[in-house]
Design a protein around this ligand. Structure first.
Ligand code: ACO
Length: 333
């Protein structure tokens, strides 16, 4: 395909997927023993029943590498055929080196450039967009895009209003050139005026500064749930609409909507807005909670492997998160 300034653009598609969830299951009943909460409150207000928690020794790079290995296998590519690795994470193993470099080393992807990006739960869509542009212009041939987060490591396990929401996991796509279809559009946005509503300060602050920034003397997640909820119910349908408009696809033509898995009520609000049945929307949060940047690629991988989503299907994905940020994409598999 030649664009309007004469550059040959490639169709870029998802040529492999993989995901990894840690073994340990933390149920709502387990949480009842840790904070003043109940299974019925969590299920009613969020839809979540259980989530996976990384072991003490497991970090985001461990989860990411496992998901990436499976995605590479699925794509039938060798690690050295990967030109670019992007990890979307807000729970990196280190400030530096990047989690992506740790994954690059683990995979022995000797020809890949590697870096992380930080856009919280929208991070995977941001990473997908960056990789897509690199392949579309012919700069790279194959890229590994990974969403990996272990929010359990930065959760405040004494704060019932946040600790019940999150889980750990990783999901990965291999992107490469395809004959037709592939990524049709992506859209991204941010609203830093809402930055204060969802925070986790850097660990180098002293207790006093942490308290000033976060309300508690800890470098843990703090959230104004109601403000984030208001943002989410408005931005999720908007994000879907923007990517669909760009792709020239009507909501009715979409086979599967894959929303960020934060809260069932937020997903239901999108279904209502589009006047579409909930069975068009993929929901995994009951098993995994909100796994941040990994929630969308985990959902896509699960659905492909179970046979629910098939080649040729049109997928619409939309995420929102800290920043505040949002991102969306339309892809024909
Ligand atoms: N168990 C029992 N009671 C609870 C719990 C709990 N786990 N958490 C809060 N409550 C209580 C509150 O204290 C409050 O009690 P009060 O009325 O006596 O003051 C009551 O329940 C209602 O609290 P709300 O905050 O109004 O509850 P709400 O219905 O808004 O649900 C929730 C809270 C689930 C956090 C919701 O606001 C939400 O989903 N927000 C969006 C979160 C989100 O999507 N984050 C995504 C981004 S994550 C990222 O980017 C890393």
């Amino acid at each position: 395909m030649v664009n309007n300034i004469g550059i040959v653009e490639n169709c870029v598609g998802i040529i492999g997927t993989g995901s990894y969830l840690p073994e340990r299951v933390l149920t709502n009943f387990d949480l009842e023993k840790m904070v003043d909460t109940s299974d019925s409150w969590i299920k009613e207000r969020t839809g979540i029943s259980e989530r996976r928690i990384a072991s003490e020794a497991q970090t985001s790079s461990d989860l990411a590498a496992k998901a990436a290995e499976l995605a590479l296998m699925d794509a039938g590519l060798k690690p050295e055929e990967i030109d670019l690795i992007i990890v979307a994470t807000v729970t990196p193993d280190y400030y530096f080196p990047s989690t992506a470099c740790l994954v690059q080393n683990r995979l022995q992807a000797s020809n890949a450039a590697a870096f992380d990006i930080s856009a919280a739960c929208s991070g995977f869509i941001y990473a997908l967009t960056i990789a897509w542009q690199h392949i579309k212009t012919g700069y790279y041939k194959n890229a590994l895009v990974i969403g990996a987060d272990a929010l359990s490591k930065i959760a405040d396990w004494e704060d019932r209003s946040t600790c019940v929401l999150f889980g750990d996991g990783a999901g990965a796509f291999v992107l490469g050139r395809v004959e037709e279809g592939g990524i049709m559009s992506t859209k991204m946005g941010s609203d830093g005026t809402g930055a204060r509503h969802l925070t986790c300060p850097a660990t180098y602050f002293g207790a006093e500064e942490l308290e000033k920034r976060n309300g508690v003397k800890k470098a843990t997640i703090w959230m104004n749930g109601q403000e984030v909820f208001k943002f989410a119910v408005n931005i999720m349908p908007h994000a879907f609409e923007k990517a669909l408009e760009e792709a020239g696809i009507a909501a009715e033509q979409v086979d599967w909507f894959i929303p960020h898995q934060a809260n069932l009520r937020i997903i239901e609000a999108s279904a209502k807005k589009f006047k579409l049945p909930m069975d068009k929307f993929i929901v995994t949060l009951q098993k995994f909670g909100n796994t941040s940047a990994s929630s969308i690629p985990i959902a896509v991988d699960e659905c492909i492997r179970s046979g629910k989503v098939k080649r040729g299907d049109i997928l619409a994905m939309a995420a929102f998160g800290a920043g505040l940020t949002w991102g969306s994409a339309v892809v024909r598999l």
